[in-house]
Design a protein around this ligand. Sequence first.
Ligand SMILES: *[C@@H]1O[C@H](CO)[C@@H](O)[C@H](O)[C@H]1NC(C)=O
Ligand SMILES: *[C@@H]1O[C@H](CO)[C@@H](O)[C@H](O)[C@H]1NC(C)=O
Ligand SMILES: *[C@@H]1O[C@H](CO)[C@@H](O)[C@H](O)[C@H]1NC(C)=O
Ligand SMILES: [Zn+2]
Ligand SMILES: [Zn+2]
Length: 462
Amino acid sequence: MARELASVLVLVLPFLLLVWRTGAGGLDVDKLLFGEEYDVSAPSSLPPRLNLSRSSPPTGGDDEWKEEILRLARRPEAVEWVKELRRRIHEHPELAYEEVQTGRLIMEELDAMGVEYRFPLAMTGIVATIGTGEPPIVALRADMDALPIQEAVEWKHKSKIPGKMHACGHDAHVAMLVGAAKILKAREHHLKGTVKLLFQPAEEAGIGAKRMIEDGALRGVEAIFAVHVSHEHPTSVIGSKAGPLLAGCGFFKAVIKGRQGPADNPRHSVDPILAASAAVISLQNIVSRESNPLDSQVVSVAAVNGGSNLDLVPESAILGGTFRAFSNASFHKLRQRIEEIIVMQSSVYKCSASVDFFENERFYPPTVNDDIMYKHVKNVAVSLLGPKNYKDVPPMMGAEDFSFYSEIVPAAFYYIGVRNESLGSIHTGHSPYFMIDEDVLPVGAAVHAAIAERYFFLLEQG
Ligand SMILES: *[C@@H]1O[C@H](CO)[C@@H](O)[C@H](O)[C@H]1NC(C)=O
Ligand SMILES: *[C@@H]1O[C@H](CO)[C@@H](O)[C@H](O)[C@H]1NC(C)=O
Ligand SMILES: *[C@@H]1O[C@H](CO)[C@@H](O)[C@H](O)[C@H]1NC(C)=O
Ligand SMILES: [Zn+2]
Ligand SMILES: [Zn+2]
């Protein structure tokens, strides 16, 4: 997750056609698992869409897929393998767009499984493909990058790279997705479509998701899912919600230019400090006076800098900060108003200003879960792990570049708990003390695989 881990738009549903689906041999697995019938879209130009709105958490029915997926994930040798893979990645953390060794490990594992992949996308990214090679195509995503943090956890597999650490759990994300690849490959004959596994660089900085999309990672993809580890939930508990889940997150840095001059006779200078001060006050009015109080937003000025000589009006001043919002419209509105206010307040004081929003590095729209895809995640989690292991969660102020995918195709983002008091995995992401309960890894792999496999079962078979 980008920045402090902590933590809209519903895509307009295409024209839907109600189709009753009957499974082979008259046994309709999906009816048993997901309620009676469901809608499937007309396959005109738009991809088929699910309508799970009448579905209830599945009960009874054919449990073969669950048992088989969990059995594959929990084989002792598979558990050892996935933990060992995660430890190897943890020991060699790599920052944004430098995930070379991580990528090599992934490709070695994919080669060993006989899984095909495309490389590179977005410099260091990989897209693996399992299934029929035909549509429908569903995508699962893992991010690969680490953080510039010195690990403070003393354990056998501590980071071997000074100043770098997998403090956000992306090592676990990679291991779980490679684990899912193994399960899906073993069940390839059950897949009624194609699963794309996106191993993405640069989530923490550099918006790797956007580059992956530019390099064609979503081509033909009609839905995408991703998981993030969370220290807030007990090991292997799944959490998600419909609609906005993570904030849109942007940063700004303004340079306000005046004219240097003696502070004892200021009429010969143009004062950027005064302009910056006025801008700081005016920026507070965006949220308090212009935004809907029911639509959570934040604008914080976190840095002000200018001058060093107590007897001189400086040439320029710098101010900067961050802004957050949970809808695309509010997020872009904040960006626009921050720029207007800083530029205009500066001109009131005869200064000029330019504002940088770092749009190619750290500019993340809100992460918004599609209602139907959210429901699919919940149904699969409840079905696979039981109702006690799923909970709806509140939205969080953190941000994720997964939002770039969720802007384009129906998507769901969910958490998987890694909290275990007795192990000490209680620290937030981006903490030097961050750690996970590795027992999460096989479960995460199973949930990934089940979400993809069951997605096809919900679609019309034609
Ligand atoms: C989905 O199904 C429910 C129940 O049949 C229906 O009320 C709803 O309108 C459907 N949604 C769409 C988008 O067609
Ligand atoms: C978000 O808002 C911006 C600015 O209004 C717009 O350009 C962009 O297309 C929007 N994105 C989506 C997914 O609606
Ligand atoms: C925490 O980890 C220990 C050691 O692996 C395990 O025995 C225990 O069941 C775990 N607790 C939870 C809540 O998962
Ligand atoms: Zn993260
Ligand atoms: Zn993070």
